[in-house]
Design a protein around this ligand. Structure first.
Ligand SMILES: Cc1cc2nc3c(=O)[nH]c(=O)nc-3n(C[C@H](O)[C@H](O)[C@H](O)COP(=O)(O)OP(=O)(O)OC[C@H]3O[C@@H](n4cnc5c(N)ncnc54)[C@H](O)[C@@H]3O)c2cc1C
Length: 381
């Protein structure tokens, strides 16, 4: 095993670029977006012009053409500032765009990737349904063949960019219930007859990231919109999630780092009993635990990314990185609030937002329990 901890020039450039962009375009408005649950769609267009909406997309499709290490760095830096922007960026890049990149034919890639990679179009990805989240194979939304068309009926919920997405990749049932070969993926454009969006969720955290329902009522989609073959949807979705989970690990890492850095700074500034609170061992040990957990999460996340870059199967590694980093994000954000004391409970300081945003990371793209299922199956097979 070789381990290289040296950051590439590209990673350094991305880090600085995102920091500058975030200071100018995100920090001044993020609490307003959070408070009003406003999805800042124009921000994503600007992020597109910086290559942040097509990080993994090859340059021939107008993407940035980077690998997973640069992608992790980008998501992490964005999420250090605002996790909800990191979540939307991750869903757009890893789920919708990457599904088309991995499984689309040349015509589909030429049609959709340049628009998605530049941020002209926003992507959504629909697997979850009202009654089937973890048990995705039990989905009820159907697509019945009718000549050269498929007719979709049903609903997907908790879909990132469910309202504002210009295009959605959805996985629906074309075969028997419970048959993992009974599901198929389709690319569906906004405005397709019979395709609409429903309720927008009012959430605990990640409030600037739009989460809404997709509704299909006799929605006729031409077979040319199918990704890969009939019956391949579930296997495709699991492969897409292998990469997606690395991005949620990066999102978690960013939130944890943001929460930690804010708490570290505050602990040196806040005085009680005539000394900075960082001088109390009770606080210093918290900071030591936070920093150590973050380093461990970083190693798992970059390791999964490195293996993904090398073309290895990363089902186990991405699940481990996602499980660990997301739980660390919750623990670190929790301790962050504690270090800020009463001020941590107010919206005048960043600690409470990290705390609210972090919790999504142990739920989205497979809960912590489901990651343990994936890991244990891989260990025990
Ligand atoms: C903000 C947000 C954005 C999202 N974005 C998207 C998106 O863009 N696209 C998309 O398709 N989905 C999206 N989701 C959905 C998300 O992936 C699901 O919420 C998640 O997979 C869990 O499904 P569920 O909510 O139905 O919970 P359930 O599956 O009902 O789980 C409830 C509880 O039971 C536990 N549980 C379930 N099965 C088992 C088991 N076998 N063993 C042990 N415990 C188990 C779970 O871990 C959890 O604690 C999003 C969700 C949120 C909140």
């Amino acid at each position: 095993m070789t381990v290289n901890f040296i950051e590439t020039e590209n990673q350094k450039l991305i880090r600085q670029m995102v920091r500058d962009f975030g200071a100018l375009e995100m920090k001044p408005k993020m609490m307003e977006w959070d408070e009003n649950q406003e999805f800042p769609i124009q921000l994503f267009r600007k992020m597109g012009s910086l290559g942040l909406m097509g990080v993994l997309v090859p340059e021939e499709y107008n993407g940035a053409g980077f690998g997973y290490l640069e992608y992790i760095t980008a998501i992490c830096e964005v999420s250090k500032i605002d996790g909800s922007i990191g979540l939307s960026m991750a869903a757009h890049n890893s789920l919708c765009t990457n599904h088309i990149l991995q499984f689309g034919d040349e015509e589909q890639k030429r049609k959709y990737l340049p628009k998605l990679a530049t941020g002209d179009w926003l992507g959504a990805w629909g697997l979850t349904e009202p009654n089937t989240g973890s048990d995705a194979a039990n989905m009820r939304t159907t697509a019945n063949r009718d000549g050269d068309y498929y007719v979709l009926n049903g609903a997907k919920n908790f879909i990132t960019h469910g309202k504002s997405g210009n295009v959605a990749v959805v996985i629906v049932r074309t075969g028997e219930l419970g048959d993992s070969r009974g599901m198929t993926s389709f690319i569906i454009e906004k405005g397709s007859p019979g395709f609409s969006s429903g309720k927008k969720e009012n959430k605990l955290g990640m409030r600037a990231s739009e989460t809404a329902e997709l509704i299909f009522t006799d929605c006729r989609i031409h077979k040319s919109q199918m990704l890969g073959g009939e019956g391949e949807g579930f296997v495709q979705a699991m492969k897409v999630l292998d990469g997606g989970r690395i991005s949620i690990a990066a999102l978690s890492l960013g939130i944890a780092m943001g929460a930690y850095e804010a708490a570290l700074k505050y602990s040196k500034e806040r005085h009680q009993f005539n000394q900075p609170i960082s001088k109390f061992q009770g606080i210093a040990f918290k900071l030591a635990d936070m920093a150590t957990k973050i380093e461990a999460a970083k190693l798992l996340t970059y390791r999964a990314g490195d293996l993904k870059n090398k073309g290895s199967d990363v089902t186990r590694e991405s699940a481990m990185a996602k499980l660990f980093a997301s739980e660390v994000a919750v623990e670190v954000a929790n301790e962050g609030v504690q270090i800020f004391g009463g001020y941590g409970y107010t919206k005048d300081f960043p600690a409470e937002k990290y705390y609210r945003d972090a919790k999504l990371c142990t739920i989205g793209e497979g809960t912590s329990e489901i990651q343990k299922l994936v890991i244990s199956r891989s260990i025990l097979k």
